[in-house]
Design a protein around this ligand. Structure first.
Ligand code: DGJ
Length: 544
């Protein structure tokens, strides 16, 4: 039976309000802000870089199981854990909520000095509805399932059911309201992911009778108006702009009339309804506790068909405009990386000026270098390898190297974000060189193994190498990373290295180590961080 949510008694309410008032005055809720053309996540009033790791799916269901994991996370210099909240465990009986796990997770995170990004494993997790409580699973009459093209029910709640939405939203709101009550002082939870890798399988669209009715009905006017507005502003992604023009910018009609026959229209159709659902959760959830919210995507394989070849209609780059139109209060869309084309996908997710946040990256031996690249080149909000507690020793050591640098650089990086003063490169066996411009200085980056004398340069595969560069003054730079060599030039004259020094930042204060010259700079020719080291250097250039 559904128990109505009852506000606390008057005194409790008054106390909460007073406490919240004080907390808000001194310590605003985690939120996003723009600085120049960058988006920053602000935590405890200061910009924050998420040095994250996402837990394996079942790990947060047992704090005893988690116990040996926490020290490993701290050793990697993480500051944030991405952890699921499971609807089935949160609301085992309808209307009866058990917050024990959530509370234990918050307490552990605080003990470990970690922040949390909570992942709502609600109606959908990786397309499926495996995390819905038993009382939902076993009552398909009340909580209807999506059907495939043959009418076969799937273990997927249909998005075309008010009752499904009502149940998912009610549980999500209780979670957010609980956070308001238990986290208003500490702000341990800094963001929330709504559902997990939403997408329709095994067909491009749901064939539930309610879905069929919507499919043959008119495209909602709100969507057409939003697309027309974005088209007029030249703001559609190129894929969407091409479809829009191909169809003659229609202002009414059925889905197939507007977007053409076939799976493309079916995918757009589902994307709209998924986005509308997410919008409902975001608005109601933020009303209870106003944290930044995002959704994540299982990336599609180019050339494959939606539904049969990849989860149809997730928050994917070619559907961004529909997702944004359907869920305008959602903060951003985020890619999960289990495929190698990191630059390609990151470019697509950031092409409309949105921030990059990577909630999942396969915990492989490229993750650490990509993390640094993400913070450098994309000025990312954060990066999190997946199944962080089970990663191998070698991968953990690499990530510790990268995150230690990000930790040291955080004040410097966040002060310079959005101001054309930060960049990064990611190099490997295939992409061995890159060029970047800082004012009139041209930086030529090469993989360290392009130096014949770099140990390992004759190996068949080269390790991922990356650096982040911050321009701290006209001719002054900080570089941090691994496996990269840099030489310098400028258009009108020569460029030389004036001084170079290695060192560390402690709470933003520079602690110098060796002054680098001689062999370490190849007699003044280059700045180098060899493969196998994660180092930080300051250097100045001069013109001659
Ligand atoms: C992506 C999902 O979002 C994760 O929860 C997990 O299932 C991984 N895939 C497994 O590779």
């Amino acid at each position: 039976m559904t128990l109505p949510f009852r506000p606390a008694g008057f005194m409790a309410l008054l106390l909460t309000t007073l406490c919240l008032g004080v907390a808000h005055a001194e310590d605003p809720l985690p939120h996003l802000q723009r600085q120049g053309d960058a988006t920053q996540l602000v935590v405890h009033g200061a910009p924050f870089l998420v040095r994250g790791g996402e837990l394996g799916n079942s790990s947060a269901s047992s704090m005893a199981w988690m116990e040996p994991a926490w020290p490993k996370l701290a050793d990697m210099h993480m500051n944030t854990v991405l952890a699921p909240v499971y609807w089935e465990l949160l609301e085992p009986e309808e209307g009866e909520f058990d917050f024990t796990l959530v509370d234990e997770l918050l307490a552990e995170a605080r003990d470990q000095d970690m922040k949390l990004v909570l992942l709502w494993f609600g109606a959908w997790k990786n397309s499926m509805s495996a995390y819905v409580p038993a009382w939902v699973k076993t009552d398909p009459g009340r909580f209807p399932r999506a059907l495939d093209a043959d009418g076969v029910p799937q273990e997927i709640l249909t998005v075309f059911s008010e009752e499904n939405l009502r149940a998912d939203r009610a549980a999500f709101v209780r979670l957010m309201d609980h956070l308001r009550r238990v986290d208003s002082r500490d702000h341990t939870v800094i963001m929330v992911q709504v559902e997990n890798e939403i997408g329709m399988l095994p067909t491009a669209r749901d064939h539930h009778p309610a879905a069929n009715a919507a499919w043959t009905g008119a495209v909602p006017a709100d969507l057409l108006a939003a697309l027309a507005e974005r088209a007029d502003a030249g703001a559609l992604v190129p894929e969407m702009a091409a479809w829009w023009e191909e169809r003659g910018a229609p202002d009414a009609g059925s889905w197939e009339a507007v977007f053409g026959p076939g799976s493309r229209s079916e995918e757009l159709f589902m994307a709209w309804y998924y986005a509308r659902w997410v919008q409902e959760l975001v608005v109601a959830g933020r009303d209870a506790w106003d944290l930044p919210m995002f959704v994540n995507a299982a990336l599609n394989r180019p050339g494959r068909e939606p539904g049969s070849g990849y989860p149809s209609a997730g928050p994917l780059p070619h559907l961004m405009d529909v997702w944004k139109a359907g869920a305008p209060d959602l903060d951003f869309l985020a890619p999960d990386f289990y495929t190698p084309r990191f630059r390609h996908w990151s470019d697509l997710y950031t092409r409309q000026g949105d921030p990059l946040f990577v909630p999942e990256h396969r915990f492989d031996d490229t993750a650490a270098a990509k993390a640094l690249f993400a913070f450098g080149h994309y000025e990312a909000i954060g990066f999190a390898p997946f199944s962080i507690e089970t990663g191998g020793e070698a991968e953990r050591a690499l990530l510790a190297g990268a995150f230690d640098l990000v930790r040291q650089l955080e004040p410097l990086v966040t002060a310079h974000q959005g101001r054309d003063a930060i960049d990064g490169v990611l190099l490997d066996h295939e992409l061995r060189e890159e060029t970047r411009q800082f004012g009139d200085w041209t930086f030529h980056f090469r993989h360290d193994h392009t130096l014949g004398w770099s140990p390992g340069s004759d190996a068949p595969e080269w390790p991922a190498a990356s650096v982040i560069v911050v321009r701290t003054g006209e001719d002054d730079f900080v570089i941090a990373g691994t496996g990269v060599v840099v030489t310098f030039s400028r258009a009108n004259g020569q460029a030389g290295i004036l001084t170079a020094q290695e060192g560390r930042f402690d709470d933003g204060k520079w602690r110098p180590g060796r002054t680098l010259n001689g062999d370490q700079t190849h007699q003044g020719r280059h700045i180098r961080i060899p493969v196998g080291q994660w180092d930080l250097q300051r250097f100045s250039l001069y013109r001659y």
